[in-house]
Every structure is written in structure tokens, then in C-alpha cells.
Design a protein around this ligand. Structure first.
Ligand SMILES: Nc1ncnc2c1ncn2[C@@H]1O[C@H](COP(=O)(O)OP(=O)(O)OP(=O)(O)O)[C@@H](O)[C@H]1O
Ligand SMILES: [Mg+2]
Length: 302
């Protein structure tokens, strides 16, 4: 029985007592390469997209990223934990712990493209993905990209208070290049690719080859690429995206996610991709009490 099964079981047992979010790793992961922050640049050139020059000595990433539009964001102050100076927001420490765990994993395997998913809607995928990206860039010099790949029900732009398009769909349709689909917000080194306009069939768009190309092209520019997805049980989109990722975090909402559905979601992915479970939860009936909610909700016991 894998550790992820143990983690799901433990999550189930904790329903009665804990409403917290904590991370349960699911290794042993295979030993792969330990990547540095910036690797050599692929020289792929999609049709309709601006070419990124091949890596050369003295290559200026800043000038490339300067092509991303500077955007006005109004992040949700209740759920986005790192936009204010206050480092002691309830819940922030638990995201730092999750960050440490991910760096530990990265010592053992290639890990940059991180997918965040869950069995069902409203379990906190976007909440976890957005805050994780923020806590990553709180470390000096780290650059993160968060991509909203939930093309059916995009929500990340609402958490960040950002525009929904142009974004991933527009890129997948070949209607813009990657820089036009990216936004640079008010937090240094945090970049966002929203879902874009709602158009076409999500599975067809996600499997047309351009998502892989996009990730290859932007990968050298970032230390972390965090991909928010649709829930696993109702639709197949997350499984399509998983094949382009290095690792997956499965969000389980305490007191909400039926354990059999969490297990079914987990079974959709190969063991080697499953990094762990993020238990996210709230005391029932306490949703309006945000302080208590966070205090309990992001309670890391890594
Ligand atoms: N730990 C938490 N603390 C505070 N609010 C949370 C927490 N987890 C989730 N929420 C809130 O619960 C709601 C659903 O969360 P979120 O949008 O992250 O879920 P989701 O899994 O991405 O949903 P969807 O499947 O619709 O995309 C949001 O209003 C979010 O702000
Ligand atoms: Mg979401």
C-alpha cells in the first residue's frame, strides 16, 4: 500500500478532529536529476508564436519577461495570504512548510512543473495553487508562474483579481504567443497565465500539443510552474495535463471529500507523479469566520 493511501486514510481519520490543511508526501520518489533554477532554453518555435532565442551566455531573461504586460491585480485579501507585508497571516506558515517539503522532494527528483488538482470542485485547488506560488516567490530571486488550466471553470483570476484573458486558451488556439498570455502582477517575480477566453473543447485544446510546447518554452524562465486544474472525477482534463508535469499535489478537503472519491482521483495518476496530499479543510459552519477558518484550515503537520 503506497504512502498516499496511508495519507488518505489518515485524512479520513482526522475528519472528526482536524479541519486543517497539511501535506502528506507520497514517496519514495525515484532519483532523477536535481535541476537548477534556470536551464538551457529550448529552441522550439511554434507557428504563430514569437521565437525565443536559444540559450546563450549572458542571455537576458529579464528582457524576455519584460514583454509580459504589467497587469493591475486586486487579490482577494481573505484568501491570498502573501500580498500584504504582514508575514504572520494565519496559514502563511503552513505554506512555508509545504514549500520546504517541495524543496526536499526536489533534491531527489526533477520538479518544476507542479500540478494541483483534487477529486471534486471547490476543494481548494486554486487557493492552494495561488498561495503556493506566492510563497515560492517570497524567497529571494525565485520566480514562479501560476497557470490556470481549468478551462471549463476558471477561477484563479478571481482569487488574484486579474483579467481572465488573454490566456491559456488563446495560446492553445494559436491566437497569441506566450508572453501576451502572461501577466506580471504587483508581486515581484510572480507571473500568471489566466485560463483565457472560454472556447472550444477543453480536452481537445489541452491535447493539441501546444500545452507541451508552452511548458517547454517557459520552463527556463521560472523556478516553479504551478498548474491549477479542473477536478479529476467529473472530467479528464487533469489527467491530460499530468503527462506534461513533474509532480502532482492532490488537494483533499477535510470533512467534505468522500474518501472513496479521493482514492478514485488518486488512482488516475501514476504513483511516481503523486507527490502527496494537501489536506485542506474548514470547520463546518465557520466559513464566514475567516481567521478561525484559516487558523484551522492551513494547519501543516508535515
Ligand atoms: N483553506 C482555505 N482557507 C480559506 N478559504 C478557502 C480555503 N480553501 C478554499 N477556500 C475558499 O473556498 C472556495 C473554493 O476554493 P477554490 O476556488 O480554491 O476551490 P477549487 O477547488 O479551485 O474550486 P473549483 O473546482 O471550482 O475550481 C473559495 O472561495 C476559496 O477562497
Ligand atoms: Mg479552482
Amino acid at each position: 500500500m503506497s504512502r498516499i493511501h496511508d495519507a488518505l486514510k489518515r485524512a479520513e481519520q482526522e475528519r472528526a478532529t482536524s479541519m486543517g490543511t497539511h501535506f502528506e508526501p507520497a514517496f519514495d520518489q525515484p532519483q532523477l536529476q536535481n535541476d537548477g533554477p534556470l536551464e538551457s532554453m529550448p529552441s522550439l518555435q511554434p507557428s504563430g508564436a514569437t521565437a525565443i532565442p536559444a540559450m546563450a551566455s549572458g542571455f537576458n531573461y529579464e528582457s524576455l519577461l519584460a514583454r509580459c504586460p504589467q497587469a493591475e491585480w486586486t487579490p482577494d485579501p481573505l484568501t491570498m495570504l502573501f500580498f500584504q507585508e504582514d508575514d504572520s497571516r494565519i496559514g502563511a506558515e503552513e505554506f512555508r512548510t509545504l514549500r520546504s517539503r517541495l524543496y526536499q522532494i526536489r533534491e531527489k527528483m526533477q520538479l518544476k512543473r507542479l500540478m494541483v488538482t483534487s477529486a471534486l470542485p471547490k476543494e481548494g485547488k486554486s487557493f492552494v495553487a495561488a498561495n503556493l506560488a506566492q510563497v515560492m516567490v517570497r524567497q529571494h530571486g525565485r520566480r514562479a508562474l501560476v497557470i490556470d488550466a481549468d478551462l471549463r471553470n476558471p477561477g484563479m483570476h478571481r482569487h488574484l483579481g486579474a483579467a481572465q484573458s488573454p490566456g491559456l486558451t488563446d495560446y492553445l488556439l494559436g491566437e497569441c504567443d506566450e508572453f501576451a498570455a502572461l501577466q506580471r502582477g504587483p508581486m515581484e517575480n510572480l507571473f500568471f497565465m489566466p485560463a483565457g477566453k472560454i472556447a472550444g473543447s477543453a480536452p481537445e485544446l489541452l491535447s493539441n500539443g501546444r500545452l507541451k510546447l508552452l511548458l517547454q518554452r517557459v520552463e527556463p524562465l521560472f523556478d516553479w510552474i504551478i498548474i491549477d486544474t479542473s477536478p479529476v472525477i467529473p472530467v479528464s482534463d487533469a489527467t491530460l495535463i499530468a503527462s506534461s508535469c513533474d509532480g502532482i499535489l492532490l488537494v483533499v478537503r477535510s470533512n467534505v471529500t468522500p474518501s472513496d472519491l479521493a482514492r478514485r482521483a488518486r488512482a488516475e495518476f501514476p504513483d511516481k507523479l503523486l507527490l502527496g496530499v494537501v489536506l485542506n479543510g474548514t470547520p463546518s459552519g465557520k466559513l464566514a469566520q475567516s481567521k478561525y477558518y484559516y487558523g484551522a484550515a492551513v494547519n501543516s503537520q508535515v
